[in-house]
Design a protein around this ligand. Structure first.
Ligand code: HAM
Length: 420
C-alpha cells in the first residue's frame, strides 16, 4: 500500500469489476445510439456561474455541493455537478440549434462531482450516462427518453425498478400553484430552515424526508390539480404514449427534483434494492433553461442515469453480466529463442483481431500456465525451440486440456475458426 488513499467519497474502478462499469455504460448508450443521439463531450469544469444560473442558486447542489475553485488567472470554476447545463451550453456555443433540424439529440458519459455526505450509493465522484434532446416541445420526445432508459435497464436484466412520473407545470400554472402551496405551508409548524425554504423554493418542502414534516402535508395542494390546460394535455399524452408501449409507471405528484430547471415532465427511476439512495436515474423537461443561461427559447428534455447505482442495482438483483473474457489466447514461450518467435506470433494474432496475451517475465512453464489460466484465455499456444524446428506450436485447449501441434503459418486461421 502507498501512503495515499482515494479521497473520501471516491473509489477506484479496477479489474475485474471495472469491466461491469464499461458494460453498463455501453448498455445505456446502445439504445441512444440506435435512436439518433450523437455523442458529446464537454470539459470536466465550467464557469461556476453556468451552474448557479442553470441548476439554481437555492439548490443544495449549488449552495452546498459544488467543488469550486479560483484559477491562477482569477477565473471562478466548478467541477461539473451534472451534465445538462454543460451540454446545453456546448450546443448553444456551437450553434447546433441553428445548424440542422430540431431537436438536437445528444448523449454523454462521464464523471460528475458533488460534495455530499458519502454513503452507500452516494459518492463525491460518480459517473453518469445522459441524454438531452434540445429544441422541441413534443410529448413523444419525453416518452422516447423514458422508454430508452427503460430499455437500457431491461437490456441489463434489471427488473426491480420503478418509474415515478410527475408534471411540474410551466411558467403559466406553476407560479399560481407556488403561491397556493406557500400559503398552505406557512400555516404549518416547521423549523426555521424549512420556513425559509417556503419563501425560496417551496416545492422542495414536498420532498422533505422527515416524518414530522410529511405528517403535516396531508391535504397539501398538489400541482397535479393546478396544471393549466396545455400542461394537462401535454402530460396526458406523455402518459398515453408510454402506456401504449406496455411500460408501466407510477404517478408521483410529490416528485420534485433536486435541480431548479425542470418544467412539465419530470421522472425518476428508482430501484427497490438500494436502500435510501434508491434513484438510479432521473430527468425531465427543461423548457426555460436555455433562456436562463442567455440562449434563445429552446424547449428540451433529457435524463441522466447513475452508473454507480446501476451497478449496485445489478448486485442487488444478483445479476452477473455475461461479459466476454478479455483474453482469448495466451502465449507461453519455452526458452529464449522461442520467446522472440512467439512474440511475433502474438503480434500477428492481435493484428487479426484476436485478443492475445503473453507470458512476460521469463516465467517457467508452471507459472506461465497458471497465468494463462488466470487470464481466462480459451486457448494457450506453447512453443519451444524443438517445436519451432519442426515449424509448429502446440495449441492447448484450456477447457479440455487437449494439446495439438499446429503449423506456424496456420496458427491465425486455426484460432480464428476455433474462436468463431
Ligand atoms: P440527478 O437526479 O441529479 O439528475 O442525477 C441523475 C443520477 O445520477 C441519479 O439518479 C443518481 O443515480 C446519480 N447520482 C447523482 N448524484 C450522485 C452521487 N452523489 N453519487 C452517486 N450517484 C449519483 C441530473 O444530474 C440531471 N442532469 C439529469 C437530467 C438530464 N435532467 C435533464 N437532463
Amino acid at each position: 500500500m502507498s501512503t495515499f488513499k482515494a479521497p473520501r467519497g471516491t473509489y477506484d474502478l479496477i479489474p475485474p469489476v471495472s469491466a461491469t462499469y464499461l458494460a453498463v455504460r455501453e448498455a445505456i448508450a446502445a439504445p441512444l445510439r440506435r435512436s439518433g443521439y450523437g455523442y458529446v463531450e464537454t470539459p470536466g469544469f465550467e464557469n461556476v456561474e453556468l451552474f448557479a444560473r442553470g441548476v439554481g442558486e437555492s439548490t443544495d447542489i449549488v449552495t452546498k455541493e459544488m467543488y469550486t475553485l479560483t484559477t491562477k488567472g482569477g477565473d471562478q470554476l466548478a467541477l461539473r455537478p451534472e451534465g445538462t447545463a454543460s451540454v446545453l451550453r456546448a450546443a448553444l456555443e456551437a450553434n447546433l440549434h441553428k445548424a440542422g433540424s430540431l431537436p438536437v439529440k445528444l448523449w454523454y458519459s462521464g464523471s460528475y462531482y458533488r460534495y455530499e455526505r458519502p454513503q452507500k450509493g452516494r459518492y463525491r465522484h460518480f459517473s453518469q450516462v445522459g441524454a438531452e434532446a434540445i429544441g422541441a416541445e413534443d410529448p413523444a420526445l419525453d416518452a422516447e427518453l423514458i422508454l430508452l432508459a427503460h430499455d437500457a435497464y431491461r437490456s441489463l436484466g434489471l427488473r426491480n425498478f420503478r418509474i415515478l412520473l410527475n408534471s411540474l407545470g410551466d411558467s403559466e400554472c406553476r407560479p399560481v400553484y407556488r403561491a397556493a402551496l406557500q400559503e398552505f405551508l406557512r400555516g404549518l409548524d416547521l423549523d426555521e430552515d424549512t420556513r425559509s425554504r417556503i419563501e425560496i423554493n417551496p416545492l422542495r418542502v414536498l420532498d422533505d424526508k422527515r416524518d414530522a414534516v410529511q405528517k403535516q402535508l396531508t391535504g397539501v395542494p398538489l400541482l397535479r390539480d393546478h396544471l393549466c390546460d396545455a400542461c394537462r394535455a401535454y402530460h396526458a399524452e406523455v402518459r398515453e404514449l408510454i402506456s401504449a408501449q406496455g411500460v408501466t409507471f407510477e404517478d408521483d405528484p410529490k416528485l420534485v427534483r433536486g435541480l431548479d430547471y425542470y418544467t412539465r415532465t419530470t421522472f425518476e427511476f428508482v430501484h427497490d434494492g438500494l436502500g435510501s439512495q434508491s434513484a438510479v436515474g432521473g430527468g425531465g423537461r427543461y423548457d426555460g433553461l436555455s433562456e436562463m443561461i442567455g440562449g434563445p427559447a429552446l424547449p428540451s428534455v433529457g435524463w441522466a442515469l447513475g452508473v454507480d447505482r446501476t451497478v449496485l442495482a445489478l448486485e442487488a438483483e444478483g445479476i452477473a453480466l455475461d461479459l466476454p473474457e478479455a483474453t482469448s489466447v495466451f502465449a507461453v514461450p519455452l526458452g529464449e529463442e522461442a520467446r522472440k518467435i512467439l512474440f511475433g506470433v502474438v503480434a500477428e494474432l492481435r493484428a487479426a483481431g484476436i485478443a492475445t496475451d503473453f507470458a512476460y517475465g521469463g516465467k517457467g512453464l508452471k507459472a506461465a500456465m497458471k497465468a494463462a489460466n488466470r487470464s481466462g484465455a480459451r486457448y494457450a499456444i506453447v512453443a519451444g525451440e524443438r517445436d519451432f524446428a519442426e515449424g509448429v506450436v502446440q495449441l492447448k485447449d484450456m477447457e479440455s486440456g487437449e494439446q495439438t501441434p499446429v503449423p506456424l503459418d496456420k496458427v491465425v486461421p486455426t484460432l480464428r475458426t476455433k474462436l468463431a
